[in-house]
Design a protein around this ligand. Structure first.
Ligand code: NAX
Ligand code: K
Length: 513
């Protein structure tokens, strides 16, 4: 599990350690900088460049984030790298001293920065020509986005990096990409996109939350010994992302005495004469995820298509442990869908609600998991009197997913390259897919996978309602499996929703094996 804690929790955990350090050389900043320098060396190796003779540049801001970057540069200079700090104001004095003592250079952008004064264009050129570029402008002490002159410099560099494609330096963000909303993943101003973020102690929410997560690259968490202090403070993770072991831990694996009913029966109310494929794909996702049985409800021609693809499906009503309601329904069926959602919730069954059925939710949909994309979330909120559109949802997905949770009582899984799951407690994310997964029908498969997982979990606890955090965790785990299946099916190339569903059993076998 990647667990992310808010800046305030990290500070509260750090403070007693920093106070107790009293200038001890091997303290937190030394550890952070040593680990950071180690990651830079890894990235140099990955580029086929030796440390001695390499070029490493850091953009350095006024706080301890800049201090980390300066000490890491000093460590690299000691190993023979040409290490250059671009200071954008007054910076960590001891860090500058260490860098200079190790033979590194300091360039100054702005009157109040130490070092050789340079024109911003020259600083950009120096940074762009490096093998590795560290972003140490702002860390967890950031208030709002980058200000000038850092903002302008980052905009120029981002433009150059965009044009360069895969050329240009490997960018490593120090703790967080500078200028992101550390706790909410917002982007209040320009941010340098990183290939990798080295986060100290624990991950920060902004590394896992869209839109900032898209600029953080691969997160690497360096253990600084903070975890016991976080526990002492009673801090709990603000955002979590399941990893392979967490998928395996939650996924219900059949035992010797299990039968189809004890493994979970999923009801699927999906598909229409206009969109029969949505039903077929949803059922394919559920079957791939290993549900005990699927009961399908829908128009005859669609039922025939479902049976043709999946002869093991039972058509018609009956006992189920969970529902998927909505994929591919046309408006003539929304009324039926709304009644079925309300009935399932009354009976205490988890319900995955998608597409058209999102518009016919009961006043309180507690117990449901809504699985909209950004446009559907905007429509759902508009229907409840909120003035918001798709672009606003994409700019602040956490805010609007939370708004939808607050207004409906349901767990909200907001689909995207980074999937967000918001319930009353911890926020969950998943980001295991590929860009190729943005294809028609992929959402129907996800609904089926999640429905199957919820049916399996509900079958394990007969007569009990699944608690909200379990449902939210299941939603993130299903999104992770769906993304991983897409990666398997894709092999780096295009992928269809059918191929994603077909890859789910293999993906689960790898995860559970
Ligand atoms: N204190 C330590 O020894 C440790 C610090 N760590 C590092 O320290 C960082 C936190 O250090 P700080 O608390 O100094 O915070 P930052 O390094 O994030 O810097 C905050 C400073 O920048 C200024 N600032 C805030 N918002 C700004 C904005 N939008 N534009 C321009 N300037 C702005 C403020 O004046 C503040 O002094 C962490 O992110 C991490 O990198 C970690 O290495 C762990 C140990
Ligand atoms: K940073």
């Amino acid at each position: 599990m990647i667990d992310a804690y808010t800046a305030a929790d990290v500070r509260a955990a750090e403070e007693p350690l920093l106070a107790a350090e009293r200038g001890f050389h091997g303290g937190l900043m030394h550890r952070a900088a040593t680990a950071l320098a180690g990651v830079v060396r890894e990235e140099l190796r990955a580029r086929g460049v030796r440390v001695a003779g390499s070029s490493v540049v850091a953009l350095v801001g006024r706080g301890n984030n800049g201090g980390d970057a300066l000490f890491a540069l000093a460590a690299l200079a000691q190993r023979g790298a040409a290490a250059v700090a671009v200071a954008l104001g007054p910076v960590h004095e001891a860090g500058v001293g260490a860098l200079r003592a190790a033979g590194g250079r300091v360039l100054a952008v702005g009157d109040d920065a130490p070092g050789e004064p340079v024109w911003v264009g020259d600083a950009v050129a120096e940074a762009f020509a490096a093998d590795v570029l560290m972003d140490g402008l702002l860390g967890i002490g950031a208030r709002g986005g980058l200000r000038e002159p850092a903002a302008g410099l980052v905009e120029l560099l981002t433009g150059l990096l965009d044009e360069a494609g895969t050329g240009g330096p490997t960018v490593i963000a120090v703790d967080v990409p500078s200028g992101i909303g550390v706790d909410d993943g917002a982007l209040p101003g320009p941010v340098l996109p990183a290939d990798r973020t080295v986060s100290f102690g624990v991950a920060k929410p902004g590394l896992l939350l869209p839109p900032a997560a898209h600029l953080a690259g691969q997160p690497t968490v360096v253990d600084l010994g903070l975890t016991p202090m976080l526990a002492v403070h009673g801090a709990s993770p603000a955002v979590r992302r399941p990893e392979a072991a967490d998928v395996a831990a939650l996924w219900p694996v059949p035992g010797e005495t299990d039968h189809k009913y004890s493994r979970g029966v999923l009801g699927v109310l999906a598909g229409s004469v206009g969109y029969p494929g949505a039903a077929v794909l949803c059922v394919a996702g559920a079957q791939g995820a290993g549900t005990g049985m699927v009961r399908y409800l829908g128009p005859d021609p669609v039922a025939r298509a479902v049976l043709a693809a999946h002869p093991e499906v039972v058509v018609g009503d009956g006992r189920v442990q969970a529902w998927v309601i909505g994929p591919g329904l046309t408006d003539d069926r929304w009324g039926v869908a709304g009644e079925r959602v309300a009935a399932a919730l009354r009976e205490g069954h988890p319900v995955v609600v998608d597409a058209g059925a999102l518009g016919v939710l009961p006043g309180s949909a507690e117990g449901a998991v809504l699985v909209p994309h950004a446009g559907e979330l905007a429509t759902l909120l508009q229907g409840r009197g909120v003035d918001v559109d798709r672009d606003a949802v994409q700019a602040e997905p956490l805010r609007w997913a939370r708004e939808a949770h607050d207004r409906t009582g349901a767990v909200v899984l907001l689909k995207g390259a980074v999937t967000l799951v918001v319930g009353a407690g911890t926020v969950w994310t998943a980001a295991d897919g590929t860009g190729w997964l943005a294809t028609a029908g992929a959402g129907d498969v996800l609904a089926g996978v999640l429905g199957a997982l919820l049916a399996g979990l509900a079958a394990r606890a007969p007569g009990e309602r699944l608690d909200e955090d379990t449902v939210a965790a299941a939603a993130a785990v299903a999104a992770s499996v769906h993304g991983r299946a897409a990666v398997h099916a894709s092999g780096g190339g295009p992928v269809t929703a059918s191929a994603v569903a077909a890859a789910v059993p293999r993906t689960l076998a790898n995860l559970l094996g």
